[in-house]
Design a protein. Structure first.
Length: 116
């Protein structure tokens, strides 16, 4: 699959952001999992079912570490769903953003897993 120029620019920008988040050159942050528990906002963790770079179990662990987070697996999406399947990615984002903010995360809240 050939990427259009805008997608290529997006990938370059994503890589630059990851270098900042991941504390280059290792792309690991041993403190991340512990810090996720401090998130006090409704959270949706989306993950590509066909991600060949990072297994979905990582996404589940991230969601599990965020109180009240929801995990959603995107069928057919890989590591970069915003470029690979943008329409499919936007559906759960819109649904999540449109949902009433009646649920507030609580400490130890188990994540809900959905499959699209």
């Amino acid at each position: 699959m050939a990427l259009i120029e805008a997608q290529q620019h997006g990938l370059v920008a994503n890589r630059a952001a990851l270098r900042g988040y991941g504390r280059e050159p290792s792309m690991t942050d041993p403190t991340l999992l512990g810090r996720l528990g401090a998130i006090a906002l409704s959270t949706l963790v989306l993950w590509g079912e066909s991600d060949g770079v990072v297994d979905a179990d990582y996404g589940r662990a991230y969601a599990g570490a965020i109180p009240g987070a929801r995990f959603q697996l995107l069928a057919g999406a890989g590591h970069v769903p915003q470029s690979e399947t943008p329409e499919q990615l936007m559906l759960p984002i819109r649904d999540f953003a449109d949902a009433p903010a009646t649920h507030r995360p609580t400490a130890g809240g188990a994540p809900q897993e959905l499959r699209v």
